[in-house]
Design a protein around this ligand. Structure first.
Ligand code: S3P
Length: 425
């Protein structure tokens, strides 16, 4: 994709549905009794991996343009997938599904693409093994991994070393099948969509600050769920709106769940003019329209306490920091090294090619701003969020920016370039 500098952005847009919530809605609907309807689901490669996995296990799913109709198989009704389940690029599919597969009467194997096959799975293998599941993975850590449940799953009380919603959710899904009460505690609160949706579907789940407990479950109840739009996708337009001159844009129906809204707090601390309007509840999640106006930004610093609430937005926050006055220090973000790419290296190396002043650290970045960016040929590392961040950088860079391997935006935001084109004036 080639991007040229723009003079302003203007308009009202809708970004795709939330990826995390769509994965969970598909999974819980598949395990519920009866017919569930998921409105405004995310039709992206990652969520289609979850959808296909459940189809492969016998769940009837009708895909309409704007909704999914899922005939739940019941909590114990999944069929042996026979062939291995391919999770593509999707860490969420792999880690959450491994919790579901841990509770089945059959053995199954998950595989993935080159990037997913390099991402750590020990973080789910360890707790699931404690629950009595036999897992064989490449080098005990990587896909493909074969999950063979034991006779009876044991409930555990697990203290997770990482603040990861994928790890937490994996254990909670397995906990639905384990005798007794399964508890998982995390060091810092990660996104809580599973907790909210488990409750909606009738699971017996209790949240106590940083720990979450779930009881064995005989039955989940089908639901109609409307998925709000994804703040992680909105993030690219929020930052674009702040750093492109003469801009005013509105993004409708964005999920502003407290465990996900760190980007709004950080950008407001930097001086961003961001206004939330029309706040309401949609299927148990808070939603708002977000209005953004070009702003003069100042540097900021944040660390590990803040990171889980904006983990996927750090690449685009770093771009904002390149345009802010002063030194921005981001720490406690080592997890970025094991995302769809090593995002610390990807962000720093590619933005520096465009003239930014970013130092990679072991757990984050030091960004000196403001710097004028200039067009360059940059690489997405086949990572959707890197491709979109670099595209936004291209909007303010002198000359032309070419993003190599930009096609990966389809992992979470298939029509990203159409939406962008709509507001480029
Ligand atoms: C997700 C959790 C986060 C996030 C990912 C989606 C989820 O991953 O980066 O894009 O839906 O649970 P971790 O749990 O690995 O931090």
């Amino acid at each position: 994709m080639k991007i040229n500098k723009v003079s302003k952005l203007n308009g009202t847009i809708v970004v795709p549905a939330d990826k995390s919530i769509t994965h969970r809605a598909i999974m819980l609907s598949a395990l519920a009794d009866g017919k569930s309807v998921i409105n405004n689901y995310l039709k992206s490669d990652d969520c289609l991996m979850t959808l296909n996995a459940f189809k492969q296990m016998g769940v009837q799913i009708e895909q309409k343009e704007n909704s999914l109709i899922i005939e739940g198989a019941g909590i114990n009704g999944l069929k042996n997938p026979v062939k291995e389940i391919y999770a593509g690029n999707s860490g969420t599919t792999t880690r959450l599904l491994s919790g579901v597969l841990a509770g089945q009467k059959f053995s199954s194997t998950i595989s993935g693409d080159a990037s997913l096959s390099k991402r750590p799975m020990k973080r789910v293998i360890e707790p699931l093994s404690l629950m009595g599941v036999d897992i064989v993975a490449k080098e005990n850590n990587f896909l493909p991994m074969t999950i063979t449940p034991g006779e009876n799953l044991k409930a555990i009380n697990y203290i997770s070393p990482v603040a990861s919603a994928q790890v937490k959710s994996c254990i909670l899904f397995a906990g639905l099948y384990a005798d007794g009460i399964t508890t998982v505690a995390e060091p810092i609160k990660s996104r809580d969509h599973s907790e909210r949706m488990f409750k909606t579907f009738g699971a017996d789940i209790t949240v106590n600050d940083l720990s979450v407990s779930v009881k064995k479950c005989d039955k989940l109840y089908s639901q109609e769920v409307t998925v709000p739009c994804d703040i992680s996708s909105a993030a690219f337009f929020i930052v674009a709106g702040l750093i492109v001159p003469d801009t005013n844009i509105k993004i409708l129906n964005v999920n502003i769940n407290k465990t996900r809204d760190g980007i709004l707090t950080v950008l407001k601390n930097m001086g961003a003019n961001i206004v939330l309007d029309n706040v309401k509840d949609v299927s148990g999640e808070p939603v708002a329209d977000i209005e953004i106006t070009t702003s003069k930004l100042n540097s900021t610093s944040f660390g590990k306490e803040t990171v889980p609430s904006l983990i996927d937005e750090i690449p685009i926050i770093v771009l904002a920091a390149t345009q802010a006055e002063g030194k921005t220090v981001i720490s406690g973000a080592k997890e970025l090294k094991v995302k769809e790419s090593n995002r610390i290296h990807a962000v720093a190396s590619q933005l520096n090619k465009m003239g930014a002043d970013i130092e990679e650290t072991d757990d984050g970045f030091i960004v000196n701003g403001p710097t004028k960016l200039k067009g360059a040929t940059v690489e997405s590392f086949d990572d959707h969020r890197i491709a979109m961040m670099l595209s936004v950088a291209g909007l303010i860079a002198e000359g032309e920016t070419e993003i190599v391997n930009s096609d990966c935006v389809k992992i979470s935001f298939a029509n990203f370039y159409e939406v962008l084109e709509k507001i480029c004036k």
